[in-house]
Every structure is written in structure tokens, then in C-alpha cells.
Design a protein around this ligand. Sequence first.
Ligand SMILES: [Zn+2]
Length: 289
Amino acid sequence: MIQQGNFLLMERNEFREWLKEQVVTRPIQFLQVHHTASPNYSTRKMVNGIAQQDTFKCLEGMRNYHLSEGWAATGQNITTLENGQIAISLDRPLNKIPAGIRGFNNKCICIEHVGNFDSGGDKITDEQKKTIIHLYACLGERFNLPINTDHIVYHSWFTRTGIRLTDFTPGKSSKTCPGTNFWGDGNTVAAAKKNFLPQIQEELNRLKGQNKNISKGDQSMTIQEQADFQALQEQVKQLTGKLQMDSIPDWATEACVAAKNVGAVDTTSGGSYDFYRLITVLYRKGFFK
Ligand SMILES: [Zn+2]
């Protein structure tokens, strides 16, 4: 994680933990989907899939443009990049309403995906795709949002004044954003439902499955791990058996009876030598009277 200027840049696998630590007091109901159009893969100067432009320069450039438009800060809360990294706008924290869809920003988190995903534009990288899917799944998990077109919304489904249309409607929609070729399927409601949302749902299920496995312990073990664990349990049982005494030693009988009578222990049989020794010491010190 690198903080520089007005942005915090992190790897995909750092986002979920970071998100868990954020305090967000405003209600969140919608996750916006945008492409930046510009900057894009050309302005990022991609050579063999690697951007030659400094990432912070790209981010600050966007911010400067937004400020020049008279906005108070970077428009979006979060930005994804072609290399799979995620940038958090420090001047537009999650708790601050974004400037993403004019007239429809309340209760929204605005996420901009760097690239031009209109037809004939950039072909999205696998790394950015993975990040985008993971990001929406994490946000859905954190804010308890169903993964559907009521909560994950394309900019193209809104008019210039922020009225929600039933679908991308050329002439009525304010923009083509996140691109007429977004996710290879386009910017319509049907396109979102085809591959984009199911992939987010699948990722969310995977994340929830991880939680389950952590809480249920051995269910997440592989067959080999289960076998190892059983062998270990058997060894512990044998060792415990070796330590157990066949009967209560004579010198400990009185102490054991006293300890049981006052309810200090439920049972005094099958203990180890150390157990009987401790009970006897405690008894002699007057603990079980
Ligand atoms: Zn947009």
C-alpha cells in the first residue's frame, strides 16, 4: 500500500481488509460503474501490457481536471487500473458523497475504471477485470447489498439530470459510460446481467465461503490435512493415556474426596500424577474446606 499526494494505492488482495477497517456512517445503497474514457490505455502508454506512465501522475491528472471543473475534490471514491491496482481518493473518502452521476450520488460509492471501454476502444486486461469483480464483491459484502441492477448501476442508465432509465437509451442516457463494449457485452441492463453481475456474485459467494471455512474449522481442510489431524489426535490420545494413572493414589484419596465435596472438580479419576499432587497440595493448604 502506497500513499502519495491525494491517493492511496493498493493491490487487489489488500482491498478487502482495508475496507473492513473503514468507518462509513452515511448509508450506502448503490455502487456506480464508470469508465474514465480519458485517461485510458493510450494515455497510460501501455507497452506489452505495462503502463509506462506513473500511476500517481495519472490519478493526480484526473483530480486536477475535476478541480478545474469546479468540483470540490476528485469525483470518484475509488479507481481501478489496468494493472489490477486500486486507488482510493483521499480527498473523496467513502464517507463523502461522490460526484459520479449528476443528480444521483446520494447513497452511492463512485468507482471509475481507467480505460475507454466504448466499441473500438481499449480491450480490458485480465488483471483489471479480476480487480473490478473482486472490488464490487467486497463492497457488496461490506454494505450488505444484493448483487443486482438495483444496486450496481451503470452510468449509462441515467439521464443528464440523474433520472433512472429502464436501460441505456441513446438520446436519453447522459453517457455511454462504462462503455458500449464494457465487459465485452456492452452497457445495457441485459449486458450487466449476462456476465458482469454473475461473476461478482460468484466472487461474493467465494468470499462468504472463506468466512464459513474459517469459522467451521476442519471443514476447510484437505483430505491430507484431515488425515494428518486424525493421526495427531490419536497421538495426543495415546500420550494422555500414558500420563493417566490407573487409580487414585492412596496419598491423594482424602484430598480428592474433599475437592469433590466442595465442587472444585467433577471427577478425580483418570488424572495424572501431577493432577493428584496439585489437589493434595491445595487440600493441605486448606482450599477444600
Ligand atoms: Zn460515468
